[in-house]
Design a binder for this molecule. Structure first.
Ligand code: 9WN
Length: 423
Protein backbone atom coordinates (compact mmCIF):
# COMPACT_ATOMS: atom_id res chain seq x y z
CA UNK A 1 0.00 0.00 0.00
CA UNK A 2 2.99 2.32 0.50
CA UNK A 3 3.69 1.95 -3.17
CA UNK A 4 0.11 2.83 -4.07
CA UNK A 5 0.26 5.87 -1.79
CA UNK A 6 3.45 7.00 -3.50
CA UNK A 7 1.74 6.64 -6.84
CA UNK A 8 -1.16 8.74 -5.72
CA UNK A 9 1.17 11.32 -4.28
CA UNK A 10 3.02 11.62 -7.60
CA UNK A 11 -0.28 11.97 -9.40
CA UNK A 12 -1.54 14.69 -7.08
CA UNK A 13 1.74 16.57 -7.44
CA UNK A 14 1.60 16.27 -11.18
CA UNK A 15 -1.99 17.48 -11.26
CA UNK A 16 -0.98 20.54 -9.26
CA UNK A 17 1.86 21.16 -11.74
CA UNK A 18 -0.54 20.77 -14.65
CA UNK A 19 -2.80 23.43 -13.20
CA UNK A 20 0.24 25.71 -12.75
CA UNK A 21 1.28 25.25 -16.38
CA UNK A 22 -2.20 26.16 -17.57
CA UNK A 23 -2.31 29.21 -15.32
CA UNK A 24 1.13 30.39 -16.45
CA UNK A 25 0.15 30.03 -20.10
CA UNK A 26 -3.18 31.82 -19.61
CA UNK A 27 -3.75 35.18 -21.26
CA UNK A 28 -6.89 37.27 -21.43
CA UNK A 29 -9.60 34.64 -21.91
CA UNK A 30 -7.45 32.03 -23.62
CA UNK A 31 -4.34 29.89 -23.11
CA UNK A 32 -1.22 29.83 -25.30
CA UNK A 33 0.05 26.34 -26.23
CA UNK A 34 3.61 27.18 -25.18
CA UNK A 35 5.12 30.45 -23.99
CA UNK A 36 8.35 29.82 -25.88
CA UNK A 37 7.12 28.32 -29.15
CA UNK A 38 3.49 29.28 -29.80
CA UNK A 39 2.55 32.63 -28.20
CA UNK A 40 -1.02 33.04 -29.59
CA UNK A 41 -4.38 31.26 -29.36
CA UNK A 42 -4.46 28.05 -31.40
CA UNK A 43 -7.73 26.42 -32.44
CA UNK A 44 -7.51 22.74 -31.49
CA UNK A 45 -5.06 23.46 -28.67
CA UNK A 46 -7.73 25.60 -26.99
CA UNK A 47 -10.25 22.82 -27.42
CA UNK A 48 -8.01 20.23 -25.71
CA UNK A 49 -7.19 22.78 -23.02
CA UNK A 50 -10.91 23.33 -22.36
CA UNK A 51 -11.46 19.57 -22.13
CA UNK A 52 -8.88 19.43 -19.33
CA UNK A 53 -9.97 22.63 -17.62
CA UNK A 54 -13.64 21.55 -17.56
CA UNK A 55 -12.99 19.33 -14.55
CA UNK A 56 -10.90 21.81 -12.52
CA UNK A 57 -11.94 25.33 -13.57
CA UNK A 58 -15.13 25.18 -15.63
CA UNK A 59 -15.43 28.97 -15.85
CA UNK A 60 -11.98 29.19 -17.47
CA UNK A 61 -12.90 26.28 -19.75
CA UNK A 62 -16.07 28.03 -20.91
CA UNK A 63 -14.14 31.24 -21.56
CA UNK A 64 -11.48 29.39 -23.53
CA UNK A 65 -14.16 27.99 -25.86
CA UNK A 66 -16.04 31.25 -26.19
CA UNK A 67 -12.93 33.34 -26.86
CA UNK A 68 -12.00 30.95 -29.65
CA UNK A 69 -15.52 30.93 -31.12
CA UNK A 70 -15.60 34.74 -31.09
CA UNK A 71 -12.94 34.58 -33.83
CA UNK A 72 -15.25 32.70 -36.24
CA UNK A 73 -15.15 34.47 -39.59
CA UNK A 74 -18.42 35.77 -41.09
CA UNK A 75 -18.31 32.84 -43.56
CA UNK A 76 -17.89 30.29 -40.73
CA UNK A 77 -14.16 29.51 -40.89
CA UNK A 78 -12.74 29.07 -37.39
CA UNK A 79 -9.08 30.05 -37.69
CA UNK A 80 -6.08 27.91 -36.76
CA UNK A 81 -4.43 30.91 -35.00
CA UNK A 82 -5.98 34.02 -33.47
CA UNK A 83 -3.58 36.91 -32.88
CA UNK A 84 -5.35 38.61 -29.96
CA UNK A 85 -2.14 40.29 -28.79
CA UNK A 86 1.31 40.97 -30.23
CA UNK A 87 4.04 38.51 -29.39
CA UNK A 88 7.61 37.96 -30.49
CA UNK A 89 9.25 34.90 -31.89
CA UNK A 90 6.69 33.18 -34.11
CA UNK A 91 6.62 33.01 -37.88
CA UNK A 92 4.23 33.41 -39.73
CA UNK A 93 2.57 36.21 -37.79
CA UNK A 94 -0.46 38.39 -38.58
CA UNK A 95 1.19 40.51 -41.31
CA UNK A 96 2.28 37.45 -43.24
CA UNK A 97 -1.21 35.92 -43.11
CA UNK A 98 -3.12 39.15 -43.72
CA UNK A 99 -6.40 37.46 -42.80
CA UNK A 100 -9.32 37.89 -40.42
CA UNK A 101 -12.28 40.26 -40.20
CA UNK A 102 -13.08 43.59 -38.54
CA UNK A 103 -10.21 44.06 -36.11
CA UNK A 104 -9.66 40.35 -35.41
CA UNK A 105 -6.34 39.21 -36.93
CA UNK A 106 -6.05 35.50 -37.69
CA UNK A 107 -4.39 32.97 -39.96
CA UNK A 108 -6.27 32.01 -43.14
CA UNK A 109 -6.81 28.30 -42.49
CA UNK A 110 -8.64 26.20 -39.89
CA UNK A 111 -7.80 23.14 -37.74
CA UNK A 112 -9.66 19.95 -36.71
CA UNK A 113 -12.91 21.06 -35.01
CA UNK A 114 -12.34 19.53 -31.57
CA UNK A 115 -14.06 22.67 -30.26
CA UNK A 116 -17.52 21.08 -30.52
CA UNK A 117 -16.43 18.18 -28.31
CA UNK A 118 -14.93 20.66 -25.84
CA UNK A 119 -18.11 22.74 -25.78
CA UNK A 120 -20.22 19.66 -25.10
CA UNK A 121 -17.92 18.60 -22.28
CA UNK A 122 -18.06 22.05 -20.70
CA UNK A 123 -21.84 22.05 -20.99
CA UNK A 124 -22.21 18.59 -19.49
CA UNK A 125 -19.90 19.47 -16.60
CA UNK A 126 -21.55 22.78 -15.77
CA UNK A 127 -25.15 22.28 -16.93
CA UNK A 128 -25.01 25.95 -17.89
CA UNK A 129 -27.85 26.40 -20.41
CA UNK A 130 -26.83 29.99 -21.20
CA UNK A 131 -23.39 28.78 -22.25
CA UNK A 132 -24.98 26.12 -24.44
CA UNK A 133 -27.33 28.58 -26.06
CA UNK A 134 -24.47 30.98 -26.81
CA UNK A 135 -22.25 28.37 -28.47
CA UNK A 136 -24.90 26.69 -30.65
CA UNK A 137 -24.87 29.33 -33.36
CA UNK A 138 -21.10 29.71 -33.87
CA UNK A 139 -20.62 25.93 -33.76
CA UNK A 140 -23.36 25.46 -36.32
CA UNK A 141 -21.86 28.12 -38.56
CA UNK A 142 -18.44 26.53 -38.35
CA UNK A 143 -19.50 22.94 -39.00
CA UNK A 144 -21.74 24.16 -41.83
CA UNK A 145 -18.71 25.94 -43.32
CA UNK A 146 -16.78 22.66 -43.51
CA UNK A 147 -19.69 21.01 -45.29
CA UNK A 148 -20.42 23.91 -47.63
CA UNK A 149 -16.93 25.17 -48.50
CA UNK A 150 -14.81 22.07 -48.05
CA UNK A 151 -16.73 19.06 -49.26
CA UNK A 152 -18.88 17.77 -52.04
CA UNK A 153 -20.11 14.56 -50.44
CA UNK A 154 -19.66 15.05 -46.71
CA UNK A 155 -15.97 14.09 -46.52
CA UNK A 156 -14.13 17.37 -45.87
CA UNK A 157 -10.80 18.43 -47.33
CA UNK A 158 -7.94 20.49 -45.89
CA UNK A 159 -5.81 22.82 -47.99
CA UNK A 160 -2.67 23.21 -45.88
CA UNK A 161 -0.60 20.76 -43.80
CA UNK A 162 -0.91 23.15 -40.83
CA UNK A 163 -4.66 22.80 -41.11
CA UNK A 164 -4.45 19.08 -40.32
CA UNK A 165 -2.57 19.76 -37.07
CA UNK A 166 -0.04 17.07 -38.08
CA UNK A 167 2.17 19.43 -40.07
CA UNK A 168 5.00 17.24 -41.32
CA UNK A 169 3.15 13.92 -41.40
CA UNK A 170 4.80 11.60 -43.96
CA UNK A 171 1.33 11.29 -45.51
CA UNK A 172 1.77 14.81 -46.98
CA UNK A 173 5.02 13.99 -48.77
CA UNK A 174 3.46 13.00 -52.10
CA UNK A 175 1.06 15.94 -52.36
CA UNK A 176 3.84 18.34 -51.33
CA UNK A 177 6.36 16.83 -53.75
CA UNK A 178 4.09 17.60 -56.65
CA UNK A 179 4.40 21.33 -56.62
CA UNK A 180 7.34 23.67 -56.90
CA UNK A 181 7.31 26.28 -54.14
CA UNK A 182 9.56 28.57 -56.22
CA UNK A 183 11.92 30.95 -54.49
CA UNK A 184 10.32 31.64 -51.15
CA UNK A 185 12.19 34.11 -48.96
CA UNK A 186 11.36 34.02 -45.24
CA UNK A 187 13.00 33.50 -41.92
CA UNK A 188 12.00 30.62 -39.68
CA UNK A 189 11.43 31.50 -36.05
CA UNK A 190 10.37 28.09 -34.80
CA UNK A 191 13.78 26.56 -34.03
CA UNK A 192 14.94 28.00 -30.78
CA UNK A 193 18.12 25.92 -30.60
CA UNK A 194 20.28 23.60 -32.68
CA UNK A 195 18.90 20.71 -30.66
CA UNK A 196 15.33 21.67 -31.50
CA UNK A 197 16.13 21.84 -35.23
CA UNK A 198 16.23 18.03 -35.30
CA UNK A 199 12.82 17.87 -33.66
CA UNK A 200 11.02 20.24 -36.01
CA UNK A 201 9.91 20.08 -39.67
CA UNK A 202 12.65 20.38 -42.31
CA UNK A 203 13.27 23.42 -44.56
CA UNK A 204 11.94 21.42 -47.50
CA UNK A 205 8.59 21.21 -45.70
CA UNK A 206 8.64 24.82 -44.54
CA UNK A 207 9.25 26.15 -48.08
CA UNK A 208 6.05 24.47 -49.12
CA UNK A 209 4.08 25.63 -46.05
CA UNK A 210 5.06 29.22 -46.79
CA UNK A 211 4.39 28.94 -50.54
CA UNK A 212 0.89 27.56 -49.84
CA UNK A 213 0.24 30.35 -47.35
CA UNK A 214 1.24 32.99 -49.92
CA UNK A 215 -0.99 31.46 -52.58
CA UNK A 216 -3.92 31.62 -50.16
CA UNK A 217 -3.17 35.24 -49.30
CA UNK A 218 -2.91 36.05 -53.02
CA UNK A 219 -6.43 34.61 -53.47
CA UNK A 220 -7.58 36.72 -50.50
CA UNK A 221 -8.52 33.47 -48.76
CA UNK A 222 -11.47 32.99 -51.12
CA UNK A 223 -12.53 29.33 -50.85
CA UNK A 224 -14.28 29.38 -54.22
CA UNK A 225 -10.97 30.33 -55.88
CA UNK A 226 -8.76 28.04 -53.79
CA UNK A 227 -11.05 25.07 -54.42
CA UNK A 228 -9.81 25.11 -58.02
CA UNK A 229 -6.25 26.36 -57.62
CA UNK A 230 -4.81 25.15 -54.32
CA UNK A 231 -2.26 22.41 -55.12
CA UNK A 232 -2.73 20.76 -51.71
CA UNK A 233 -6.25 19.44 -51.25
CA UNK A 234 -6.33 16.45 -48.96
CA UNK A 235 -9.14 14.64 -47.18
CA UNK A 236 -7.30 14.24 -43.92
CA UNK A 237 -8.49 11.21 -41.98
CA UNK A 238 -7.98 12.86 -38.59
CA UNK A 239 -9.88 16.03 -39.49
CA UNK A 240 -12.76 13.95 -40.82
CA UNK A 241 -12.85 11.76 -37.71
CA UNK A 242 -12.98 14.83 -35.50
CA UNK A 243 -15.61 16.36 -37.81
CA UNK A 244 -17.90 13.34 -37.44
CA UNK A 245 -17.60 13.55 -33.68
CA UNK A 246 -18.18 17.33 -33.79
CA UNK A 247 -21.43 16.81 -35.71
CA UNK A 248 -22.57 14.27 -33.11
CA UNK A 249 -21.64 16.60 -30.26
CA UNK A 250 -23.45 19.53 -31.82
CA UNK A 251 -26.47 17.24 -32.30
CA UNK A 252 -26.35 16.37 -28.58
CA UNK A 253 -26.24 20.05 -27.64
CA UNK A 254 -29.23 20.77 -29.89
CA UNK A 255 -31.12 17.82 -28.42
CA UNK A 256 -30.57 19.09 -24.89
CA UNK A 257 -31.96 22.47 -26.00
CA UNK A 258 -35.07 20.72 -27.35
CA UNK A 259 -34.16 21.58 -30.95
CA UNK A 260 -34.88 18.14 -32.36
CA UNK A 261 -34.90 18.99 -36.07
CA UNK A 262 -31.41 20.51 -35.85
CA UNK A 263 -30.21 17.57 -33.76
CA UNK A 264 -31.46 15.17 -36.40
CA UNK A 265 -29.84 17.16 -39.22
CA UNK A 266 -26.40 16.97 -37.55
CA UNK A 267 -26.76 13.29 -36.74
CA UNK A 268 -27.44 12.72 -40.43
CA UNK A 269 -24.40 14.80 -41.33
CA UNK A 270 -22.24 12.64 -39.06
CA UNK A 271 -23.55 9.52 -40.76
CA UNK A 272 -22.99 10.90 -44.26
CA UNK A 273 -19.34 11.66 -43.46
CA UNK A 274 -18.88 8.25 -41.81
CA UNK A 275 -20.16 6.49 -44.89
CA UNK A 276 -17.85 8.45 -47.18
CA UNK A 277 -14.88 7.67 -44.95
CA UNK A 278 -15.62 3.95 -44.80
CA UNK A 279 -15.65 3.88 -48.55
CA UNK A 280 -12.84 6.17 -49.65
CA UNK A 281 -10.53 6.38 -46.62
CA UNK A 282 -10.23 2.71 -45.69
CA UNK A 283 -7.19 0.70 -46.80
CA UNK A 284 -7.64 -3.03 -46.67
CA UNK A 285 -3.91 -3.49 -47.38
CA UNK A 286 -2.79 -1.48 -44.36
CA UNK A 287 -5.71 -2.49 -42.13
CA UNK A 288 -5.96 1.21 -41.38
CA UNK A 289 -7.78 4.34 -42.47
CA UNK A 290 -5.72 6.73 -44.61
CA UNK A 291 -6.04 10.23 -46.04
CA UNK A 292 -7.09 10.83 -49.62
CA UNK A 293 -5.56 13.16 -52.20
CA UNK A 294 -8.33 15.11 -53.93
CA UNK A 295 -5.98 16.43 -56.62
CA UNK A 296 -4.73 13.08 -57.92
CA UNK A 297 -7.65 10.99 -56.66
CA UNK A 298 -5.62 8.48 -54.72
CA UNK A 299 -5.17 7.23 -51.18
CA UNK A 300 -2.07 8.39 -49.29
CA UNK A 301 -0.95 5.01 -48.02
CA UNK A 302 1.06 5.88 -44.91
CA UNK A 303 0.71 4.24 -41.49
CA UNK A 304 0.06 7.25 -39.23
CA UNK A 305 -1.78 7.43 -35.93
CA UNK A 306 -4.40 9.55 -37.72
CA UNK A 307 -5.56 6.32 -39.38
CA UNK A 308 -6.63 4.96 -35.99
CA UNK A 309 -8.51 8.07 -34.90
CA UNK A 310 -11.76 7.23 -36.79
CA UNK A 311 -12.71 5.27 -33.64
CA UNK A 312 -13.25 8.69 -32.03
CA UNK A 313 -16.13 9.29 -34.43
CA UNK A 314 -17.48 5.74 -34.37
CA UNK A 315 -16.51 5.39 -38.02
CA UNK A 316 -15.14 1.82 -38.38
CA UNK A 317 -17.60 -0.98 -39.08
CA UNK A 318 -17.21 -4.06 -36.86
CA UNK A 319 -15.07 -5.74 -39.51
CA UNK A 320 -12.91 -2.64 -40.01
CA UNK A 321 -12.48 -2.30 -36.26
CA UNK A 322 -11.25 -5.85 -35.97
CA UNK A 323 -8.50 -5.15 -38.53
CA UNK A 324 -7.75 -1.77 -37.00
CA UNK A 325 -7.33 -3.28 -33.55
CA UNK A 326 -4.88 -5.78 -34.98
CA UNK A 327 -2.87 -3.02 -36.66
CA UNK A 328 -2.89 -1.04 -33.42
CA UNK A 329 -1.60 -3.86 -31.25
CA UNK A 330 0.89 -5.16 -33.81
CA UNK A 331 2.39 -1.94 -35.17
CA UNK A 332 1.50 0.91 -32.82
CA UNK A 333 2.08 -1.08 -29.61
CA UNK A 334 5.45 -2.35 -30.89
CA UNK A 335 7.44 0.33 -29.05
CA UNK A 336 7.99 1.04 -25.40
CA UNK A 337 5.33 3.75 -25.43
CA UNK A 338 2.07 3.96 -27.39
CA UNK A 339 1.07 5.36 -29.77
CA UNK A 340 3.71 6.77 -32.16
CA UNK A 341 2.48 9.34 -34.67
CA UNK A 342 3.96 7.28 -37.51
CA UNK A 343 5.35 3.74 -37.85
CA UNK A 344 6.40 3.52 -41.53
CA UNK A 345 9.78 3.41 -43.29
CA UNK A 346 10.66 7.06 -42.56
CA UNK A 347 10.04 6.64 -38.82
CA UNK A 348 11.97 9.38 -36.98
CA UNK A 349 11.42 9.00 -33.22
CA UNK A 350 12.37 12.59 -32.33
CA UNK A 351 10.95 14.57 -35.22
CA UNK A 352 7.56 16.10 -34.70
CA UNK A 353 4.78 14.16 -36.46
CA UNK A 354 7.14 11.56 -37.94
CA UNK A 355 7.32 9.24 -34.96
CA UNK A 356 6.95 10.88 -31.53
CA UNK A 357 4.01 10.17 -29.22
CA UNK A 358 1.66 13.14 -28.72
CA UNK A 359 -0.88 13.46 -25.89
CA UNK A 360 -3.68 14.84 -28.05
CA UNK A 361 -3.74 12.02 -30.59
CA UNK A 362 -3.47 9.55 -27.70
CA UNK A 363 -6.50 11.15 -26.09
CA UNK A 364 -8.59 10.98 -29.28
CA UNK A 365 -7.53 7.36 -29.74
CA UNK A 366 -8.16 6.36 -26.13
CA UNK A 367 -11.64 7.91 -26.09
CA UNK A 368 -12.45 6.16 -29.35
CA UNK A 369 -11.21 2.75 -28.16
CA UNK A 370 -13.56 2.98 -25.18
CA UNK A 371 -16.39 3.58 -27.61
CA UNK A 372 -15.58 0.19 -29.12
CA UNK A 373 -15.19 -1.42 -25.67
CA UNK A 374 -11.50 -2.10 -26.39
CA UNK A 375 -10.71 -1.61 -22.74
CA UNK A 376 -7.23 -3.19 -22.65
CA UNK A 377 -5.99 -1.16 -25.57
CA UNK A 378 -7.53 2.04 -24.19
CA UNK A 379 -5.97 1.37 -20.77
CA UNK A 380 -2.56 0.93 -22.34
CA UNK A 381 -2.76 4.21 -24.26
CA UNK A 382 -3.84 6.05 -21.12
CA UNK A 383 -1.23 4.41 -18.88
CA UNK A 384 1.61 5.14 -21.32
CA UNK A 385 0.49 8.75 -21.66
CA UNK A 386 0.46 9.29 -17.91
CA UNK A 387 3.79 7.49 -17.47
CA UNK A 388 5.43 9.78 -20.03
CA UNK A 389 4.21 12.96 -18.30
CA UNK A 390 5.03 11.56 -14.84
CA UNK A 391 8.58 10.89 -15.96
CA UNK A 392 9.33 13.84 -18.22
CA UNK A 393 6.85 16.56 -17.36
CA UNK A 394 4.37 18.17 -19.74
CA UNK A 395 6.48 18.05 -22.85
CA UNK A 396 5.10 18.68 -26.32
CA UNK A 397 5.91 15.16 -27.59
CA UNK A 398 7.95 12.10 -26.60
CA UNK A 399 10.32 9.59 -28.16
CA UNK A 400 8.31 6.32 -28.30
CA UNK A 401 11.38 4.18 -27.64
CA UNK A 402 13.19 5.96 -24.82
CA UNK A 403 10.27 8.03 -23.56
CA UNK A 404 12.46 11.16 -23.64
CA UNK A 405 10.51 14.43 -23.73
CA UNK A 406 10.87 16.48 -26.90
CA UNK A 407 9.88 19.90 -28.27
CA UNK A 408 8.58 22.51 -25.86
CA UNK A 409 8.18 22.04 -22.11
CA UNK A 410 5.18 23.35 -20.15
CA UNK A 411 3.03 22.45 -23.12
CA UNK A 412 -0.59 23.29 -22.43
CA UNK A 413 -2.53 20.42 -24.00
CA UNK A 414 -0.24 17.80 -22.40
CA UNK A 415 -1.02 19.34 -19.00
CA UNK A 416 -4.73 19.66 -19.79
CA UNK A 417 -5.18 16.10 -21.00
CA UNK A 418 -3.29 14.77 -17.99
CA UNK A 419 -5.98 16.48 -15.90
CA UNK A 420 -8.73 15.04 -18.07
CA UNK A 421 -7.31 11.53 -17.68
CA UNK A 422 -6.79 11.68 -13.94
CA UNK A 423 -9.84 13.73 -12.88
C1 9WN B 1 1.42 25.45 -36.80
C2 9WN B 1 0.32 24.68 -31.57
C3 9WN B 1 0.45 23.96 -32.88
C4 9WN B 1 -0.40 22.68 -32.94
C5 9WN B 1 -0.08 21.82 -34.14
C6 9WN B 1 1.42 21.57 -34.18
C7 9WN B 1 2.17 22.90 -34.20
C8 9WN B 1 2.22 24.95 -35.60
C9 9WN B 1 3.71 25.15 -35.85
O1 9WN B 1 1.84 23.66 -33.06
O2 9WN B 1 1.87 23.56 -35.40
O3 9WN B 1 0.06 25.33 -36.51
O4 9WN B 1 4.14 26.30 -35.89
O5 9WN B 1 4.43 24.17 -36.01
O6 9WN B 1 1.77 20.80 -35.27
O7 9WN B 1 -0.79 20.62 -34.09
O8 9WN B 1 -1.76 23.03 -32.96
O9 9WN B 1 0.59 23.81 -30.51
Amino acid sequence: TDRADDGEQTRDDRRAEAIEVLEANRRDGYTVPSETLYPFQWNWDSAFIAVGLAGVDPAAAAREVETLLSATWPNGLLPQIVFWADAEGYFPGPDEWDAGFDDVETSGISQPPVVATAARRVYETTGDDDFRDRVLDPLDRHLSWWRRERSTDGVVYTRHPWETGMDDSPAWRLPLERFDPGDVAYERADRKSAELADQRPTDWDYDRYVALLRQGREAEWDESVLRGTCPFRVEDVLTNSVYVRACEDLAALYASAGEDASAERWREQAEETREGMRERLWSDDLGLFVSYDRVTDEQLLEPTVAGLVPVFGGVPTAAQFERLHETLTTDFFAFEYAAPSYVGDDFAPDRYWRGPVWMNTNWLLERGLRRYDATDAADRVRADSLALCDREGFREYFNPRSGAGRGSDDFAWSAALYLAWTG
